[in-house]
Write a protein that binds this ligand. Structure first.
Ligand SMILES: [Zn+2]
Length: 145
């Protein structure tokens, strides 16, 4: 018989829980306009990475949404998030369009994520990772793994 604890949860499979996901999409409707578009059109359908990075993604989203709103109404639809994911222990945030301002905001968030536990948001590093899967974890989450 399987123990209850072994059932995968959003935390163990490292996908942001749906309430945080929904909060992002509601707060930044321009940036995440493609969140529920079909996967043939966008990679946003895969959602967001770990809950621990929620605040980092939130602050980045605020900046990007403002950048979009500064555009004229005709060109706003050209700028939106294409994919937000974790790769090799780091945050990756892809936009449909690039500019220096967008690039700077994303670089800052990616640097923060490298020092933030992707499960709980405490200070962390990827030194705690075990096995081949590289993750940024704090001491507590690193031990649970
Ligand atoms: Zn942690």
């Amino acid at each position: 018989m399987k123990e209850v604890g072994s059932i995968p949860t959003p935390t163990t499979i490292n996908i942001m829980n749906e309430h945080l996901d929904k909060a992002l999409c509601e707060a930044f409707p321009n940036l995440y306009r493609d969140r529920n578009a079909p996967m043939t059109e966008t990679c946003m359908c895969w959602g967001f990475p770990g809950d621990g990075w929620f605040l980092i993604i939130w602050h980045l989203s605020e900046k990007l949404e403002k950048i979009i709103l500064r555009e004229s109404e005709e060109s706003r639809h050209l700028i939106c998030a294409r994919q937000v994911k974790e790769k090799f222990g780091g945050l990756r945030f892809y936009m449909s369009l690039h500019s220096d301002k967008i690039g700077a905001a994303i670089s800052k968030a990616e640097a923060e994520a490298l020092e933030t536990c992707e499960k709980c948001g405490r200070p962390g590093s990827s030194d705690n990772s075990k096995g081949s899967w590289i993750q940024v974890l704090c001491e507590v989450c690193g031990e649970v793994n």
